[in-house]
Design a protein around this ligand. Structure first.
Ligand code: NDP
Ligand code: 2IT
Length: 453
């Protein structure tokens, strides 16, 4: 079957030169699909592979805004509308200086399969900008969000495309963007998710990605008759996903020993308890500070400042049972993966999107590490976004306990679906193949049903 996926991959590389993250995401999915194409000749007949790697639409635009000094600044905005066969485009917005077309396309591509796995009626998309929110005043953030939404509002809609948060986009930014959308369209519509719970947001949306990640991890451990209780856990990042991963792990009796940000990482061998976690939340969400300040408050902790010459991340070179990368793509390279394996890690679950390099993923699987790939393990966030859309549609807000029950059920179902597909086409413990294959087949069948569009 190599002869079928290879030309598709070659074309993706030729038509999207230099887009290394996009190539990586496509390669990983095609590698899994190679194992099933024999069983589904109609996929080839309908040219599903060739179609699925081509975004339905890419929107790229200028975002002019005026900073606090009165100087005009210009940033670049994107929305990649990847696939709408299962529902309106759905996926987050990332505000980070590293944002480019490759990163947007890899995230949108991953989102298609992730959203499919949730079982909800959600297509896949992603957007963002190279604007750097660090060090900006609230007023600058608001002016930027308004300018960004002035253009984005032409392309989105509650039945067309529903963005949400991602790196650099949380409750504050969603609020500013929602206000501008409402003002331009004169509509109080469910066009963004992650809204405030008093004005259309779902309870538990902020927690959902981290909580869902931990529920999925507990399901994985259960297959080996284990639980999270007493497990030592490494977490990277210190934003939305990292914070709520830590919160749920603590609730289940695990010991969390690390956080990081783009400047460095900290290890607290005594464990990060609820009080220390509250400190991190306030530091990051209110003061928008650096994780280095953890050591100033808790001097016994270790802090390591990253150096561009580092070949590996010391955060991953610690004795731990479980690892939860919750910062960004390719934050676990092969050397890091090797350190985790040498140190006896038994579970790695991806809170971030594509945080592990492809060779690292292979190393984990070869070494019998329970590996939860992002598109399955972090799907809880978009799943609760889907539930927010359902609540907006019916104009009824569900109780927190109902949303949590639904999140539990969705994560459990994703887990079962992944294992079932993996068992049928690969190896039962190979969640990568399981997620790629089952996520793909649902989208592919819908594409076939809907004709050549
Ligand atoms: P936040 O902006 O809340 O937090 C991001 C964290 O990652 C921060 O600690 C940030 O550090 C760190 N980080 C960002 N870029 C880098 C980098 N290049 N190197 C090292 N650290 C970095 O974002 P989220 O928590 O929402 O997102 C984290 C990950 O989870 C992303 O990969 C995102 O795509 C994924 N995700 C998010 C979902 C959501 O619902 N929010 C859903 C599913 C996946 P600093 O403070 O220095 O910027
Ligand atoms: O990567 C992701 O799944 C997200 N950033 C959340 C997307 C969403 O629409 O809630």
């Amino acid at each position: 079957m190599e002869h079928i996926v290879k030309p598709v991959m070659d074309t993706v590389i030729a038509k999207n030169p230099g887009e290394k993250e996009f190539h990586q995401a496509v390669h990983e999915v095609l590698h899994s699909l190679d194992k099933v194409l024999d069983s589904y000749p109609n996929l080839l007949y309908h040219r599903i592979l060739e179609r699925i790697v081509e975004p339905e639409r890419v929107i790229m635009f200028r975002i002019p805004w005026i900073d606090d000094q009165g100087t005009l600044q210009v940033n670049r905005g994107f929305r990649v509308e990847m696939n709408s066969s299962l529902g309106p485009y759905k996926g987050g917005l990332r505000f980070h200086p590293s944002v480019n077309l490759s990163i947007m396309k890899f995230l949108a591509f991953e989102q298609v399969f992730k959203n499919s796995l949730t079982g909800l009626t959600l297509g896949g998309g992603k957007g963002g900008t190279d604007f750097d929110p660090k060090g900006k005043s609230d007023l600058e953030i608001m002016k930027f969000c308004q300018s960004f939404m002035t253009e984005l509002s032409r392309h989105i809609g509650e039945n067309t495309d529903i963005p949400a948060g991602d790196i650099g986009v949380g409750a504050r930014e969603i609020g500013f963007m929602y206000g501008q959308y409402k003002r331009i369209k004169n509509q109080f519509a469910g066009v963004l998710t992650g809204k405030g719970s008093e004005w259309g947001g779902s309870f538990l949306r902020p927690e959902a990605t981290g909580f869902g990640l931990v529920y999925f991890s507990a399901n994985m451990l259960e297959t080996r008759s284990e639980t999270l209780e007493g497990k030592t856990c490494l977490i990277s990042g210190s934003g939305n996903v990292a914070q709520f991963t830590a919160e749920k792990l603590l609730e289940l009796g695990a010991k969390v020993i690390s956080f990081s940000d783009s400047t460095g990482c900290m290890i607290d061998h005594d464990g990060i308890d609820h009080e220390k976690l509250s400190f991190v939340k306030e530091l990051k969400n209110v003061h928008r500070g650096r994780i280095a300040e953890y050591k100033e408050r808790y001097p016994h902790a270790e802090y390591y400042r990253y150096n561009p010459r580092d070949t590996s991340n010391p955060l991953w070179n610690r004795k731990a049972d479980c690892a939860f990368p919750c910062a960004t793509q390719n934050e676990i390279n092969l050397e890091d993966a090797g350190h985790l394996v040498e140190n006896g890690v038994t579970l790695v679950a991806e809170g971030a999107n594509m945080p592990t390099c492809e060779e690292g993923v292979e190393l984990f699987i070869e070494n019998n590490v329970l590996f939860g790939p992002a598109k399955a393990a972090n799907a809880g966030g978009v799943a609760v976004s889907g539930l927010e859309m359902a609540q907006n549609g019916s104009r009824i807000q569900w109780k927190r306990s109902k949303v949590d029950d639904e999140l539990h059920k969705i994560m459990k179902k994703i887990h079962t679906t992944c294992r079932r597909s993996a068992k049928e086409y690969s190896d039962e413990d190979n969640y990568v193949d399981g997620a790629n294959i089952s996520g793909f087949l649902r989208v592919a069948n819908a594409m076939i049903d809907q004709g050549y569009v």
